[in-house]
Design a binder for this molecule. Structure first.
Ligand code: NOJ
Length: 727
């Protein structure tokens, strides 16, 4: 460590102001040729639907790209976003190392969100596995693949707690709970970075989006965030704190403002909180174009002021906006910004480059390594395991598991669309790698018939009736396409599209049992389907092994064990909806003047922590003991069914009174256990009372000693409770 700091100091002495500023610049390759469009613009085009993900991939691989070689040579670029192959990475690195004056290596960043080439389930899905070992393993594989393709840093994990299902980016995080997101983020950081960042298959983790982005008002992407400091620090900051503790080396400030100051230029956030309070000593990199957007926010009068505010706030690297390159030289010369601020930013970036070993081994991959690494069979096997472990069985009235010899009718175009299975933010993916439900049926000789079921927005009832003669069960693949969640994909109505509900109704009318398989990137409001369709499997966007994993669950080769990490409301109007709500002075109930809606039940359709299995579990003997500051909680869990299965045992606390109102329940711990039929296991939780605190009115962290309810159960609503008075 000291050695690195010494080397940075020496380097700083040799660097010109221009070279220092160059290190703060991250750009993407520009695409040139028939059209002139930057990588970021192209990304935008994909996100807003002007081009598909496949077209994006094709353009990226065939268009002539401008890699700004002259600027690299001149030391004007420190980092790239969007380089995705070993050959290009090494070629550009060679220019930086051998042809620039000081030979400072480039840093290659990329959005490796849920796998690089082997696409795993979207993070929201994977979080439903409640499985830190799996979370770390999939991140490790993603790092091995991405680093083989030349990537040094991933813009992940996204640890934005998200309680509003309208927000499209719920798909990229671990759901609505701060504790679960902290465990998830920690596992991801470990998996990406492993224990030695300088190893060639380790990749720096850039946690994002700091902070509060998940609380965008009305679930509309990029929107304002206005909340109390107490709420920010209790509900949105803990995952960032946990990831910093786990050693995450980079942080990406969020697009949004918090209480009126855009995160990108908030000195309070980026210096007082991130550096001084959380003790972060890595680098910060802006979100794409975010510094420039401070002009649109109305916080900077022009790009020059945006650059000044950002660097003074603690923003080290400018992703894509070019605002630093354009303005920092003059700002420095005029003495508007200090050399010290510039040196701080350069130092932060150099530190990561040293830690990654780039100065000593600038070429961390080769075309051979890349070729033999991507999409290995064992990675696919892990993707299949992850997908099956992420699928939540929401309802099952005796339809599942299916018998092997059954004749299946499959309806819904999502059953036959490979690329849709990747979900949002899978930019290194090749859609054709994915196994659709139809592919999986073909490969396993399953007796099936298939119809998309909807033609030009209308259900083809005749076809459904005709096919019904040849099947014993209908599997309906419905939900969302992958671009209906993710960035810039907020929805004001999170129901199933009308024609999909019509399709389900038509299938039900055949009188044959129906199982709906949902592919989606956010909680959906599906009260009608939840009432009428006898079996529902939430498959999310499951990744490359989608079809195989769905069949594993449908046929019972894998017993479903996943549980929701996000609440499924009745209707969009209930958003934001989450289990850890407060009571109000008039808790919702039968009386008229209580906190509720006139036209919608108070409860969700499917609550946080909920998920079924092909077996059943029984909880008994809950006991709690306090020893000094430790709560020791014990419970017996028995498999009362006929199949072996895994159960996710959840432990919550609920403080009855406090100096500020407290959530009715908060997740504190969980444990996943495997049980054979008839088997009982004792599950224990040790909870440090010091971690049960909150922030009082004056923002002092407070732990009250008083009445507390302990709740241990199979979901956030079903389980055993006991009262304790904390000493
Ligand atoms: C925009 C997104 O908000 C962020 O999550 C992503 O990492 C960057 N663009 C880079 O692609």
């Amino acid at each position: 460590m000291r050695d690195i700091e010494e080397r940075i100091k020496k380097l700083l002495v040799e660097m010109t102001a221009e070279e220092k500023i160059g290190q703060l610049i991250q750009c993407g390759p520009s695409l040139v040729g028939a059209f002139e469009v930057s990588f970021e613009e192209l990304l935008d085009m994909m996100f807003d639907g002007r081009i598909s993900q496949e077209e994006f991939g094709k353009l990226m691989s065939t268009a002539t790209q401008d890699f700004h070689e002259d600027d690299i040579r001149a030391g004007k670029i420190g980092s790239f976003n969007g380089i995705k192959n070993a050959e290009t990475a090494n070629r550009l690195q060679k220019i930086a190392v051998e042809e620039s004056r000081l030979g400072i290596p480039l840093l290659f960043g990329y959005d490796v969100i849920h796998g690089y080439r082997t696409i795993f389930p979207i993070p929201l899905a994977e979080s439903c596995a409640w499985d830190p070992v799996l979370w770390e393993k999939t991140a490790r594989i993603a790092a091995i693949e991405a680093t083989a393709a030349g990537v040094h840093m991933t813009f992940a994990p996204m640890v934005d707690v998200a309680k509003d299902a309208r927000w499209g980016r719920v798909s990229e995080g671990a759901g609505e709970d701060a504790y679960l997101t902290s465990v998830f983020g920690t596992a991801k950081v470990k998996g990406f970075q492993d224990d030695d960042l300088s190893r060639e298959d380790s990749m720096a983790a850039c946690i994002k989006h700091f902070a509060g982005y998940g609380a965008a008002e009305a679930g509309r992407d990029y929107n304002r965030v206005d909340m109390s400091m107490q709420r920010l620090f209790e509900e949105y900051m803990p995952p960032f704190e946990a990831c910093v503790k786990a050693g995450a080396r980079a942080v990406m400030p969020a697009f949004n403002d918090i209480n009126g100051i855009p995160c990108s230029v908030s000195r309070w956030l980026l210096t007082d909180i991130l550096r001084n309070r959380l003790g972060f000593d890595g680098m910060t990199v802006s979100d794409s174009n975010a510094i420039a957007e401070c002009v649109d926010h109305g916080i900077a009068k022009d790009r020059s002021e945006a650059a000044k505010l950002a660097i003074e706030a603690g923003m080290d690297m400018d992703m894509s906006s070019n605002v630093y390159a354009e303005n920092l030289p003059a700002l420095l010369e005029r003495g508007v910004i200090s050399e010290a601020d510039l040196d701080r930013a350069v130092t932060d970036i150099m530190r990561i480059k040293f830690e990654l070993g780039l100065f000593d081994h600038p070429y961390q991959t080769s075309c051979e390594r890349e070729k033999e690494t991507l999409l290995r069979p064992e990675y696919r096997a892990c993707a299949r395991e992850a997908a099956a472990k992420s699928m939540v069985l929401l309802k099952n009235e005796g339809v599942l598991p299916l018998k092997k010899e059954i004749r299946i009718g499959i309806a819904g175009e999502l059953a036959d669309q490979r690329a849709e299975m990747t979900g949002a933010w899978a930019i290194g993916a090749n859609g054709d790698d994915c196994v659709s439900i139809i592919d999986a049926c073909n490969a396993s000789n399953i007796n099936y018939v298939y119809t998309p079921g909807i033609e030009n927005g209308v259900v083809n009832k005749k076809e459904i009736e005709r096919l019904s003669k040849n099947c014993d069960v209908w599997i309906a693949a419905v939900g969302e396409k992958k671009d209906q969640s993710g960035e810039a994909a907020s929805r004001a109505d999170i129901g199933l599209p009308k024609e999909q509900e019509d399709l389900l109704e038509a299938l039900l009318q055949t009188g044959i049992p129906v199982a709906a398989v949902l592919f989606n990137g956010r909680p959906l409001a599906i009260p009608w389907a939840a009432k009428h369709v006898p079996a529902i499997l939430e498959a999310w966007h499951p990744g490359v092994e989608a079809g195989n994993a769905v069949l594993d669950i449908l046929f019972g080769d894998v017993n479903p064990s996943a549980k929701l990490t996000t609440t499924f409301p009745y209707t969009t109007g209930q958003c934001p909806m989450y289990y850890a709500h407060i009571n109000t002075g008039r808790p919702g109930g039968k009386g008229k003047f209580t906190s509720k809606y006139l036209d919608t039940p108070l409860s969700p359709v499917f609550p946080f922590g909920y998920g079924l299995s092909y077996t059943s579990f029984e909880y008994s003997n809950l006991s709690i003991r306090q020893e000094e500051d430790m709560l020791h909680i014990l419970v017996d869990v028995k498999n009362t069914g006929k199949a072996a299965g895994e159960e996710i045992v959840q432990c919550y606390t609920g403080q009855k009174t406090g100096r500020r109102v407290r959530p009715v329940k908060q997740l504190r711990s969980f444990e996943k256990i495997a049980l054979d039929p008839g088997e009982t296991k004792k599950v224990s939780f040790d909870i440090d009372v010091k971690n049960l605190g909150y922030y009082d009115w004056n923002m002092n962290y407070t732990v009250d000693r008083g009445a507390m309810e302990i709740f241990v159960g199979t979901s956030s609503v079903e389980g055993l409770k006991a009262d304790i008075v904390l000493k």
